[in-house]
Design a protein around this ligand. Structure first.
Ligand SMILES: [Zn+2]
Length: 253
């Protein structure tokens, strides 16, 4: 099993990161940690070096608040991605969040910034790991304009069935599902329509734990895999094999 998206570089893990990683190592094949900005990306890279061949980095840029970030940080992050293009598994998380951002001009700014990362992903042929909320269709239409993005991942997909169907028309497009599946009826219903061949698993730790007070961790991805097996009436091993091999293909690990 692979946790394809989490943030164990966050300070929430400062007092027990080693144990959290050890626990993950006992049950998972790999963990992908997603940076969320210039400084965060640096930390993610450090962490991946410390736990080589288990923790892998992806470099991102403020998916929920990119519109408020200084232009200089945007440019620095572009350069950082290019410099590390052979070290990172993906560009992400990057994207747009129309759930949090309602203002039209701010949404437009997010879109412009997101576009610059899509272009990088296309130019350097690096997989794109997207955070898109309440604008899945728009994001899909944007990435469909590009032919050289090797893989596209909708992290924590929460869009419509209709958009999911269009995503599945592309062999190299994936939707990742998190531990949220264990308690979200909407996601349980949604995943019934998604083919295993297009599914990745994640935790988005420290977020999306079983309860709001709890801190999530990568080892919990097991619960998401179990839930998928239960909903789809498949055995756990089959779901594990397919989703793990999807992740290995997308991220080249
Ligand atoms: Zn995230």
């Amino acid at each position: 099993m692979i946790d394809t998206h989490c943030h164990i570089d966050f300070e929430e893990y400062d007092f027990d990161r080693q144990e959290v990683i050890k626990k993950a190592k006992d049950c998972l094949d790999a963990v992908i940690v997603s940076g969320i900005g210039y400084e965060s990306n640096k930390g993610v890279l450090e962490l991946s070096k410390e736990y080589e061949n288990f923790i892998y980095p992806s470099f991102g840029f403020h998916p929920v608040s990119s519109q408020n970030s200084p232009q200089e940080e945007l440019i620095n992050t572009h350069e950082q991605i290019i410099e590390n293009k052979n070290n990172i598994l993906a560009i992400g998380e990057v994207g747009m969040d129309y759930f949090y951002v309602k203002d039209k001009a701010q949404r437009e700014k997010q879109k412009e910034i997101f576009q610059t990362f899509i272009e990088l992903s296309d130019e350097y042929e690096i997989p794109l790991l997207m955070h898109v909320r309440d604008c899945e269709k728009k994001a899909l239409n944007m990435v469909l304009e590009y032919d050289n993005i090797p893989y596209v991942v909708f992290h924590c997909y929460s869009g419509s069935k209709k958009t999911a169907k269009r995503i599945m028309e592309k062999d190299n497009y994936y939707m990742s599902f998190s531990t949220m599946l264990c308690y979200s009826n909407a996601h349980q219903e949604l995943i019934k329509n998604i083919e295993l061949e297009h599914i990745l698993t994640e935790t988005d730790s420290p977020y999306l734990a079983m309860t709001k007070e709890e801190r999530n961790e990568p080892a919990n991805v097991v619960n998401a895999v179990k839930k998928i097996a239960e909903i789809k009436n498949e055995d756990l091993q089959t779901v594990d094999d397919i989703t793990t091999s999807n992740a290995r293909k997308v991220f080249g690990i």
